[in-house]
Design a protein. Structure first.
Length: 335
């Protein structure tokens, strides 16, 4: 039923009286504060700035929340005083070979050459991983039977053995907002007797026997922005790279060893990436060669062979060049 005309007129008059006589300028909403970057930053700490060299292993991962993880310090991090390290919250070690845990290191960044890296400073019997963790008050996260070894080293040097944290196969730990899961790596993991020292170490060395610290490992890191990153460690081809890394953890970024002889070569590593893990992008690692000259991939190298064989973007870890990755594993800066 339509309203009487006098009701409609009164409603219109009330609306008019409720309006201000003059239009008032609308206050502008303040500009939103810039949101912090949600990218995971990855910075290689290699032997020579801007290059990818034979001994390069070390990567620093920085979560958007500020947690910083040093992965396999190796021989190119110039000890605990390397100025490139900055704050390190977690040291992550895949296995006990000297080129990963750090039995020796360069005396300073950029000492030596790419083809002939300087590894003149011994880190024995502690390892660079232990020395850095002590200096930075970092946690050391490892799998297999390695945590007990690192706990003993920390205790012997005045550190806290509880800072050696276990993440064994099938389990995970969350440190600094980053979830760390251990996955299989098909590789040897003998402990050099030089880390043991004394008469026992001497006798083992003379007998050619290494200490048993369990199996070598890889890792899957899940960062606070949701990115899952697979760190292969030294490995061959395994079924777990599909069943666990891809199907369960759904890794979108991979760090893949390509050196051959000791680990997957470029052809095998490309198969792992293309057919098993299937990430959105991959960082080449552990080439055991001069991978770049002047920051460009060296023609005829294993690095070039891997890059050509892989179906997703391949990022070369040029020392000191920070790359940034979003939750989907896509490089958004620095690549």
């Amino acid at each position: 039923m339509p309203r009487p005309s006098w009701i409609a007129a009164a409603a219109a008059l009330g609306t008019a009286l409720a309006l201000p006589l003059f239009a008032q300028p609308q206050a502008q909403a303040p500009s939103p504060a810039p949101t912090p970057s949600q990218a995971v930053k990855v910075t290689p700490l290699g032997g020579i700035d801007g290059e990818f060299c034979p001994q390069d292993r070390a990567l620093v991962f920085e979560d958007p929340n500020g947690t910083r993880i040093l992965y396999d310090p190796g021989r190119t991090v110039a000890g605990a005083t390397d100025p490139r390290l900055g704050k390190i919250d977690i040291v992550l070690v895949s296995h006990m070979h000297g080129d990963h845990v750090g039995n020796a290191h360069n005396k300073a960044p950029n000492s030596g050459t790419c083809a002939q890296p300087d590894v003149s400073v011994s880190a024995l019997p502690n390892s660079s991983a232990v020395n850095i963790a002590l200096a930075k008050k970092s946690k050391i996260v490892t799998g297999s039977e390695m945590p007990a070894f690192f706990a003993a080293k920390l205790r012997a040097n005045g550190g806290n053995p509880a800072d050696s944290i276990l993440a064994r196969f099938g389990g995970s730990v969350t440190v600094g907002g980053v979830r760390i899961a251990t996955v299989q790596a098909l590789h040897s993991n003998g402990l050099d007797p030089d880390y043991i020292g004394g008469e026992l170490g001497k006798a083992m060395k003379e007998a050619g026997i290494a200490g048993d610290v369990g199996l070598a490992t890889g890792y899957v890191l899940r960062f606070s922005n949701g990115l899952a990153a697979y760190l292969s460690g030294d490995t061959g081809i395994t079924a777990d790279q599909e069943l666990v890394v891809r199907n369960h953890y759904q890794a979108k970024l991979a760090v893949m060893n390509i050196g051959d002889g000791f680990t997957t070569g470029p052809v095998e590593a490309a198969y792992v990436i293309n057919e098993l893990v299937k990430p959105a992008s991959v960082i080449a690692s552990h080439a055991n060669e001069v991978g770049t000259v002047g920051g460009k991939v060296r023609p005829g190298s294993k690095t070039e062979a891997f890059a050509k064989a892989v179906k997703v973007p391949v990022h070369i870890p040029l020392s000191g060049r920070t790359m940034e990755f979003d939750a989907g594993g896509k490089c958004t800066a620095g690549c």
